[in-house]
Design a protein around this ligand. Structure first.
Ligand code: GLN
Length: 209
């Protein structure tokens, strides 16, 4: 494993699919060095890893093709900090509902997520969220065919919820950001809004690890 050099750790961005460039830019803005990760040798060089949005079924298949599934599971089980956004959250979950039967989980987060959960009401929407651990006002969150967390285990801290489902009478709070130890996940895409506070939170977790 790479040794974090001073205050500038190396944060990998899983580069199989999805908005890799946007995450890499945010990682750099948050004070870390970004490294695209496509193979196991690259994974061994990073202090933490971002799993971007995209399509979790495709990413799961690509993880197997690129022989990254097992190495990544091992690193996460070993305590490597990881941040999954949207499809990345789905991959980190213990279980995904409405997934494909052959969809593989990386684990790391003791949650059950539902894929495309908001899709029944709206495909995409934006919301301003109070986010535990982030100062300076609400986080503007962009949701794109997003999952939500339907069940969270005792060790999981809920960081943000959507208080009401947009366009719906259903007032049930839906969990959209969680943390368990050094594993962080959001249903939404903080790499798209120009606000690097969520990435900063993650880089801080990497520094502490
Ligand atoms: N719906 C996608 C999935 O199930 C996630 C969408 C996204 O990452 N923006 O993987």
């Amino acid at each position: 494993m790479a040794i974090a050099t001073g205050a500038r750790p190396v944060v990998g961005v899983l580069a199989l699919q999805g908005d890799v460039r946007e995450h890499a830019a945010m990682v750099e803005r948050a004070g870390a060095r970004a490294l695209p990760v496509r193979r196991a040798s690259e994974l061994s060089e990073v202090d933490g890893l971002v799993l971007p949005g995209g399509e979790s079924t495709t990413m799961s298949r690509l993880l197997e093709t690129f022989e990254l599934l097992e190495p990544l599971r091992e690193r996460i089980a070993d305590g490597m900090p990881a941040f999954g956004s949207c499809a990345g959250m789905i991959l980190l979950a213990r279980q995904a509902l409405d997934g494909r039967p052959d969809q593989r989980q990386l684990g790391g987060l003791d949650v059950v997520v539902r894929r495309n959960a908001f899709g029944r009401q709206v495909d995409s929407f934006e919301a301003d969220l109070d986010f535990t651990g982030i100062e300076g006002g609400p986080v503007h969150a962009v949701f794109i065919r997003a999952p939500w967390v339907e069940k969270a285990g005792d060790g999981v801290e809920v960081l943000a919820s959507v208080p009401e489902m947009p366009g719906s009478e259903d007032a049930a709070a839906r969990i959209v950001a969680v943390r368990q130890g050094a594993v962080l996940a959001t249903s939404f895409h903080p790499e798209l809004t120009g606000d690097e506070r969520v990435h900063r939170l993650f880089v801080d977790l990497v520094r502490q690890a």
